[in-house]
Design a protein around this ligand. Structure first.
Ligand code: 13P
Length: 259
């Protein structure tokens, strides 16, 4: 088993488009208070990913807290005439440390391609922000035996031309599309096997020591306070990306307390 420089599991809350700005601020405040009171910092790293307009007010809440701020998307150009888009430069300015890239919902509804995902990864790393690259198969890709081909393709194409100079981090989130929001996570062995495939693909891009020090593979898809133990710290899995179960302070705190 490869050693990893990251000892604490990484927990990211992806609030998607579910909360208002005010609701995001209140939830961030409650979670930051629980994180501090329960000394959860000793057990896990926490990243909250609110909707774009809530980033600045949530950043204000997290000031002087050890909870990190994540964005749910980014554009690949640093500046220019790109109406409606947000650059990594601006995200950095707001204190964002992680950016979710290539989420299946964006690939599906916004037609985000592998090439766009790759540009976003490069732009994010250029600002010293950690990309959280999402990969995962659809149900039909799984049923037709294409799962590992799809995942290897998504990882390899997103990382084409990427170098991880020291100090930069990268997270790969395995999120089976058919499991997201279903309430039924995959079996532990399936997530572990997929993490192994991701790691093999990573070895074509980075050295073993770079992977051990700078890359983390995590799982996402219907993670909840009951099944969290099936994923964190099992095999190569170093954390979780949580959607629905991160939307309510008590439930999400219960999930974190399991780590
Ligand atoms: P759920 O935890 O709601 O299945 O969402 C997972 C996800 O898409 C996180 O990015």
């Amino acid at each position: 088993m490869p050693t990893t420089a990251h000892t604490k599991p990484l927990v990211l809350a992806n609030w998607k488009m579910n909360l208002s700005v005010q609701e995001s601020v209140v939830l961030a405040r409650n979670l930051a208070a629980a994180y501090s009171k329960l000394k959860l910092k000793e057990h896990l790293e926490l990243v909250l990913c609110p909707t774009f307009p809530a980033l600045a007010p949530v950043a204000e809440v997290l000031k002087r807290q050890s909870v990190c701020l994540g964005a749910q998307d980014v554009f690949w150009k640093p500046v220019g005439p790109y109406t409606g888009e947000v650059s990594a430069r601006v995200l950095k300015e707001l204190g964002v440390t992680h950016v979710i890239i290539g989420h299946s919902e964006r690939r599906q509804f916004l037609k985000e391609s592998d090439a766009m995902v790759q540009q976003k990864v490069l732009a994010t790393l250029a600002e010293g922000i950690t990309p959280v690259l999402c990969v995962g198969e659809t149900f039909s890709e799984r049923q037709t035996g294409q799962k590992y081909l799809v995942i290897a393709r998504q990882v390899a194409s997103a990382l084409a031309g990427v170098t991880l100079t020291s100090g930069l981090g990268l997270v790969i989130a395995y999120e089976p599309v058919w499991v997201i929001g279903s309430g039924q996570a995959v079996e532990t062995h399936e997530a572990q096997e997929t993490a192994l495939v991701i790691r093999h693909t990573l070895l074509d891009v980075f050295s073993e020591s770079t992977i051990a020090r700078q890359v983390r593979i995590i799982y996402g898809g219907s993670v909840d306070p009951v099944n969290i133990g099936n994923f964190v710290g099992r095999g190569l899995l170093a954390g979780v990306l949580v959607g629905g179960a991160s939307l309510e302070a008590k439930r999400f705190t219960n999930l974190m307390k399991k780590l």
